[in-house]
Ligand binder design. Structure first.
Ligand code: SF4
Length: 393
């Protein structure tokens, strides 16, 4: 997978993007899940991979204003759904296609989400050979009752086995997903999950608070569910932040923790407002400030139909607001010089007064950067909706 810069005459004629591959198949539906995923359709996976490869091959755009430049893939991310329902040959075929069309960079981060119980060491070795070098394992909790409550199909032991298989297959860069705010979860059960998972030498941990979305099992059948109250959920967040930081993780984004140098390069593309291209039902792309969204219509996608349902050019004001909204999720916040270089607008003249007005004490608004304090992070959604004046867009 040579980069174009290896070739004489092609210096600087490339633009790095992130590639997202959606795999919309699952063994069963978790009770909180509103992602685009279908169960009982393993029989169409071969056809789906063919449709994906055709879609990737026929991708047309090149970087704007530079006819001789090409996009290269700095990251490839298999998300889902359950990407580990794909066979090794599927991973190979998709990655070869991405490489042909986008030229995967030599040191590209190639991640796959993985559900415990859907892989063994042989499949993981095959994925490594195909090029996957980062694994993100969906655990959520170490407690059987909480996993059951969420509708997860695996046990904690399945996770331990998958993790062991991942080490044996040679994966060094492994992440785990956790969840707090689960019905019936207590501070002490959350503390135990963090203690166990934090001691496993994982390179990365993502932890999200449970939100009830429409069209999910929890939304349709809320009877008998007892959620931790808002104060407890805040305490869970603060406990997690302190615990994981004590255990050597760096919180680089509000919900993401990494050992030094193991931040998710792909996910940083979203938070840094950089370009990415998504393939598959429900996938989003963001390219040259044009945001596109695919429908969830798997049938149409399998037939090779265009399932793009919206495409909009993000105006300058909206782009500045989105940029600030995403960058403020990061520990480092907004770098004011980078903001000026990107938009030609002084951050202070546009945003500082509003941050000082709406969020006194919740932001550290210095000469070079603007970022949230600890308390500000907890209230970030409220603060950002006040500060970012959407009427101007
Ligand atoms: S495994 Fe993931 S994508 Fe599949 S149903 Fe559960 S949460 Fe949704």
């Amino acid at each position: 997978m040579a980069t174009m810069t290896d070739m004489p005459g092609n210096i600087n004629r490339q633009k790095a993007v992130g590639i997202y591959i959606h795999v919309p198949f699952c063994r069963s539906k978790c009770h909180y899940c509103d992602f685009c995923s279908f169960t009982g359709l393993d029989g169409v996976i071969d056809g789906y991979v063919d449709a994906l490869c055709r879609d990737i091959e026929s991708f047309k755009a090149e970087p704007q204003g530079y006819p001789s430049r090409r996009y290269t893939a700095e990251t490839v991310y298999f998300g889902g759904g359950t990407p580990t329902l794909l066979d090794t040959e599927h991973f190979e075929k998709i990655l070869e296609t991405v490489d042909r069309r986008f030229n995967i960079e030599d040191n590209a981060e190639i991640s796959a989400e993985c559900n415990p119980g859907t892989v063994d060491v042989e499949k993981l070795r095959g994925m490594r050979r195909a090029g996957v070098n980062r694994l993100s394992i969906g655990l959520q909790s170490v407690h059987h009752d909480e996993l059951k409550m969420l509708g997860r199909i695996h046990t904690y032991n399945d996770f331990l086995k998958t993790l062991d298989d991942a080490w044996r297959a040679g994966f060094e860069n492994v992440s785990a997903d956790l969840m707090y705010g689960i019905p019936g979860q207590s501070m002490s059960s959350w503390a135990k999950t963090l203690e166990e998972v934090g001691s496993m030498n994982l390179k990365h941990i993502s932890a999200y608070g449970l939100k009830i979305e429409e069209h999910t099992g929890f939304f349709e059948n809320p009877d008998g569910l007892t959620f931790p109250d808002e104060d407890t959920v805040c305490d869970m967040y603060e406990y997690m932040r302190d615990k994981l930081c004590q255990m050597g993780y760096n919180r680089y984004e509000i919900s993401n923790f990494a050992r030094q140098g193991f931040e998710s390069v792909h996910n940083l593309k979203y938070w840094l407002y950089e370009d990415y291209i998504g393939f598959g039902p429900s996938a989003h792309s963001f390219l040259n400030r044009v945001r596109t969204e695919n429908s969830r219509d798997l049938k149409a996608y399998l037939k090779g139909e265009n399932i793009c349902v919206s495409s909009s050019l993000i105006g300058e004001c909206e782009a500045m607001n989105e940029y600030v909204m995403l960058r403020m999720r990061l520990e480092e916040g907004v770098d004011k010089k980078t903001f000026f270089d990107k938009f030609g607008v002084d951050f202070d003249s546009r945003f500082s007064e509003k941050f000082n007005h709406y969020a006194p004490g919740f932001v550290i608004n210095g000469e070079k950067s603007c970022r949230f304090t600890e308390k500000g992070f907890l209230l970030s959604n409220y603060i950002l909706s006040d500060v970012l004046n959407f009427e101007e867009m």
